[in-house]
Design a protein around this ligand. Sequence first.
Ligand code: G3I
Length: 310
Amino acid sequence: NAYESLKSKAGNFRIGVATSSNKFNNAGYSQAMANFNYMVAENACKMVGIQPQQGKYDFSQCDAHYNKAKELGMAFRGHCLVWHSMPPSWFENLKGDALKNAMVDHINKTLKYYEGKIDSWDVVNEAIDDSSNGPQWKMRPSFLYQNIPDFVDLAFKTARAASSTTKLFYNDYNTEGIYGKSEAVFNFVKDMKSRNIPIDGVGLQYHVSTQSFPQYEKINDLIGRYCQLGLEVHITEMDVKSGGNASGQAKVYSEALKACLSNSCCKAFLVWGVGDNDSWLGANEAGLLFDSNYQPKAAYNALIETLGGG
Ligand code: G3I
């Protein structure tokens, strides 16, 4: 590489990327991916990847990502155990206790399989409703919540019983401080802590744009308050719709990383894809650190500087 790698600047801090194994054979993709020291599978470790049919566990796709991470000397993050969106259809069609038992079994089998390999998992993803605004949270009225009103508590208790060493995260979007949902999710997590639900960390997804992004003071304050609760924070899925403004995008990325590095409980920062054409946003949004030819962008250089203390 003609440019410096993020991992060479990161020390023990985890700087990560979401990947898809169908791109591993692309040379540009592979070279860009190797700049990070932390990996998450964009899709392969979801329930739909691991248990496409009830009871037929297939870890091969998730393993392919885990093994690539090990080959490149990267740590690996687990995403995600329980999510209302894109479930395998068999799971969504279960009711009552059958659904509850299937959720518990999936958490148990998956955490045990990856014990000692994956140190942090998103146990529950996106359970709070987008209409939540202010201190009082509202649960998303998903099939999970409708069948199992206490599914979040149950998922975390099951996870802790299955693995005493895995760090257990709650992960959600619009949680970064500019939206009303941020405060609702903060209070939701605080309430879990106060009731001794075994949660270790919170994932702030950080899907933002150059038009709408958190001010540094606000995100720094928010991460600090999570630290005071005794939680670990990860920025889990960052992308920034650029609107053609590469330098504005670089500033949004670098302020997010700076806020994370300024708080000792914020231990990881991950972007949601490698090159712009790999992004769920589509290449036109140019949301990531590498362009569609896997050349580093201004945002990449800004993160290098921020890691270097510059
Ligand atoms: O694998 C199939 C492929 O065989 C088929 O030809 C193709 C046709 O549509 O679909 C492929 O599956 C798609 C998969 O991505 C892999 O590309 C699914 O349809 C598609 O729904 C899936 O989208 C993912 C989405 O989560 C839903 O699981 C996105 O890649 C992924 O970026 C997105 O990630 C989420 C996080 O998990 C949670 N937070 C928000 C974030 C962005 O939406």
